[in-house]
Write a protein that binds this ligand. Structure first.
Ligand SMILES: C[S@@+](CC[C@H](N)C(=O)[O-])C[C@H]1O[C@@H](n2cnc3c(N)ncnc32)[C@H](O)[C@@H]1O
Length: 335
């Protein structure tokens, strides 16, 4: 089996005496986010090595229903789902935001079992998690053909356009679709659509609306792992941009708005304070109880999903869901 990792992440070169080198895109986004009102940081920066490990712990939490629910959907309906991919000719199975591929491996095994002719192309912004995925695939599924891409979704789509020309099935699992701002979900599906051809397929994992308390607890677990995951973002900025965030002076806060259908997560400054970014020669002031918005997690109704697909030029062919209707993996056909 051949493994090629494309566009390796620019890792900040950090040494004890200070930041020698930093990722200019990270610096630009962080400064833009922290100098606007209200302050915000992009959730795509959660996933450094430590953040990816913390997310793996989140997926095992009793409160975090999305992973185990989607796992069960894929496990119980794998043959039917794979059948929808169209197995008579070759395809690229592209996965955006693949993470550790825990759930995807169910489909990969099924496709290999069905003797499908395909190549798996996982994409993730975290080079660390991709390396882990590659090495686990090498051991667990040695017959699989794989070529991965480390980088942002948009860079990946551009790369895919020029490097993967055949028929495509795109996976976007784990309710990553819910993490965009406002209309970002539609804009992203439209962007994916641009790079696909009629009859290509897209399988998207959507977290559905349910008891608001169940949703709220999933993002505010009793063991504090989600809080550590959110706060790790500040640790990353300390390490990679020479910032001096005192983690004890910020706290994780999250809430679910059942009207809007969105969980919003924040890091709240517990007092008036100033943070210095030594690598950037920049200081950012926080008022007492000022919040930094760090993540959205949208929850959908089936009607919203159909409508979203239609507006993006994707026809929903099948909803694969669980008995409680907590989660849906929706198979779209490109129109
Ligand atoms: C919530 S996790 C889900 C992982 C996996 N899809 C699953 O269902 O278990 C999100 C994953 O998407 C990646 N990710 C987040 N934002 C990204 C971006 N803008 N571009 C590429 N990957 C991104 C993260 O590194 C992480 O591995």
């Amino acid at each position: 089996m051949e493994f090629i990792t494309n566009a390796p992440q620019t890792n900040a070169n950090v040494e004890n005496e200070g930041v020698k080198n930093y990722d200019p895109e990270l610096a630009r986004d962080v400064l833009a986010g922290l100098t606007q009102t209200p302050k915000s940081l992009s959730s795509k920066y959660f996933y450094d090595g430590a953040g990816s490990k913390l997310f793996q712990q989140i997926m095992e939490l009793p409160e975090y229903y999305p992973t185990r629910t989607e796992f069960k959907i894929l496990e119980e309906q794998q043959a039917e789902i794979a059948g929808f991919f169209g197995l008579t000719d070759f395809f690229h199975l592209v996965e955006l935001g693949a993470g550790d591929g825990l759930k995807t491996k169910i489909l990969l095994r099924q496709l290999l079992h069905m003797k499908a002719d395909f190549e798996y192309v996982p994409v993730d912004i975290s080079g660390d998690i991709l390396k882990q995925l590659e090495s686990s695939l090498q051991t667990e599924l040695p017959a699989l053909r794989t070529e991965s891409f480390a980088g942002d979704y948009f860079k990946a789509l551009h790369w895919l356009q020029h490097n993967k020309e055949g028929r495509k099935v795109v996976l976007f699992l784990g309710s990553n679709i819910g993490n965009f701002e406002d209309n970002g979900d539609l804009e992203f599906l439209q962007e994916i659509r641009k790079y696909l051809k009629p009859e290509d397929k897209v399988l998207v994992g959507f977290d559905l609306r349910k008891d608001p308390r169940t949703i709220r607890q999933a993002y505010d677990d009793a063991a504090g792992v989600t809080a550590a995951f959110n706060l790790n973002l500040l640790k990353r900025l300390n390490r990679e941009l020479g910032a001096d965030f005192n983690l004890k002076q910020f706290e994780h806060f999250t809430d679910y708005d059942p009207l809007e259908g969105v969980v919003k997560s924040y890091l709240v400054s517990k007092k008036q304070q100033t943070v210095t970014f030594s690598a950037l020669n920049h200081r950012v002031s926080f008022a007492a109880w000022e919040a930094i918005h760090t993540e959205n997690s949208h929850k959908y109704t089936p009607a919203q999903i159909e409508e979203l697909g239609k507006k993006a030029g994707l026809k929903s062919e099948q909803f694969f869901t669980d008995e409680k209707h907590y989660f849906a993996d929706v198979l779209f056909r490109v129109m």
